[in-house]
Design a protein around this ligand. Structure first.
Ligand code: PMP
Length: 289
């Protein structure tokens, strides 16, 4: 079965899908996006993704006339047509194509692109046993990283640094030493049984997996505080982990090559992982275990 994409009302083979050279998403990263987990053919945390998508459109003054119901129907149709049980749905909405000029076009015509690619979530279960390593880099992004735009160059470079170092992720650290988040994941540590993560602000992306964890932690009697921590504190933490749509929760067992705690995935992270994967099963019917 060929991979299918959606571009402005048309469903077509991914290899034939494209946008014009004057698309503002292409030229200015004047676009927002979402990545949604598809498990058992169902969309995980879809209402939360819709809320974030609308907030990002409003933040960039992108006028997108399609209703939530119509967008949901198109997304589900594409997911069904692609037929993957485990996949990632990518949605990008931009200010559309116009003669190149920084200011907004006077008659903008927002564009919608969607793709569905197979994705192996089972590997994330295996990684719960081993954990992953992160490196640290300076956070050199712009001042509104809470808006999920396609302008991801600093994240791209950070992730490549991580890959070059044989690490899974790069944690982006502010000039004052505060750990903000990863290149595409939120960052967490555990100290004395309490979990810490950076509070919502203009300096982090409000992750959907992050909010799922905040909602579920109480179910497994884990205390979480939204309080920033610095790199030194992270290095001496008992445990660390990361969250995202593509990595619902993964233990971080090395920071810059140095073991966190005893260098093995810890018990608090394991309890949270149990709660998160149970919620994924409850929402989608998909079981990994
Ligand atoms: N931070 C950044 C910078 C990201 O790009 C992502 C992934 N979109 C996240 C955190 C995690 O967000 P989510 O849980 O919604 O995937």
């Amino acid at each position: 079965m060929p991979q299918l994409a959606y571009v402005d009302g048309r469903v077509l083979p991914l290899r034939d899908a494209g946008v014009g050279v004057e698309d503002r998403g292409l030229q200015f990263a004047d676009a927002i996006y979402e990545v949604v987990a598809v498990l058992g053919g169902r969309l995980l945390d879809w209402p939360a993704h819709l809320v974030r998508l609308r907030r990002n459109l409003a933040a960039l003054f992108i006028d997108f006339p399609m209703s939530d119901a119509a967008l949901s129907a198109q997304a589900l149709r594409l997911v069904a047509a692609n037929g993957h049980k485990q996949a990632l749905l990518y949605i990008q909405i931009g200010r559309g194509a116009a003669r190149r000029d920084h200011g907004f076009p006077s008659d903008p015509n927002a564009s919608l692109i969607m793709t569905v690619r197979r994705f192996d979530f089972q590997q994330r279960i295996a990684q719960l046993q081993t954990g992953v390593g992160v490196i640290t880099v300076n956070d050199m992004r712009w001042g509104r990283v809470d808006i999920k735009t396609t302008g991801l160059l600093a994240n791209v470079l950070a992730k490549q640094d991580a890959r070059n170092a044989g690490a899974f992720e790069a944690w982006m650290v502010a000039e004052d030493g505060t750990v903000r988040e990863g290149g595409s994941t939120n960052a967490w540590i555990v100290r004395g049984g309490t979990v810490f993560t950076h509070p919502l602000s203009r300096h982090i992306l409000p992750g959907i997996a992050r909010s799922a964890l905040l909602r579920l932690a109480a179910d497994v009697q884990v205390r979480v505080v939204e309080e920033a921590f610095d790199l030194e504190t992270a290095r001496s933490a008992d445990e660390a982990f990361l969250t995202s749509t593509t990595s619902p929760i993964l233990p971080v067992v090395r920071i810059d090559g140095v073991a966190v705690g005893d260098g093995k995935p810890g018990p608090v992270t394991a309890r949270l992982a149990g709660a998160i994967w149970a919620d994924i099963t409850a929402q989608t019917g998909w079981t990994a275990f």
